[in-house]
Design a protein around this ligand. Structure first.
Ligand SMILES: [Zn+2]
Ligand SMILES: [Zn+2]
Length: 113
């Protein structure tokens, strides 16, 4: 099942998922502290230079699955993007229009590069 995915792709998925999860799961106090740290590092206060903010409605996946139990794994994402049909009924998140993230409002005002 993994042979189509190179190690670097896998690492990319993992890092992306970790970063998104970090933005989702950071408690408000934590994010307040890290905001000051980020700004002192010259990073975006909101997204830490990810330029994306994970959607809290769909936990960054862009999909809501019927049934309520939500299990997010990068491999699941890879599985779906490989063209296979998901057996579970899922529908696009309405909050983020199925993208799983929003553009960071801070970063979208500062166009860099
Ligand atoms: Zn930002
Ligand atoms: Zn969403």
């Amino acid at each position: 099942m993994l042979e189509h995915i190179t190690a670097s792709e896998l690492a990319g998925y993992g890092v992306g998922a970790l970063l998104l999860c970090a933005t989702i799961s950071a408690p408000k106090v934590d994010s307040f502290i890290s905001a000051s740290q980020r700004s002192s590092l010259g990073m975006c206060k909101k997204c830490g230079d990810l330029r994306l903010i994970a959607c809290s409605g769909c936990k960054g996946t862009g999909l809501l699955k019927e049934g309520g139990l939500f299990s997010f794994s990068p491999m699941d994402d890879a599985y779906q993007s490989s063209g296979s049909r998901s057996k579970m009924r899922s529908f696009s998140c309405t909050r983020c229009q199925g993208r799983g993230h929003f553009r960071c409002p801070e970063c979208s005002t500062l166009t860099r590069g």
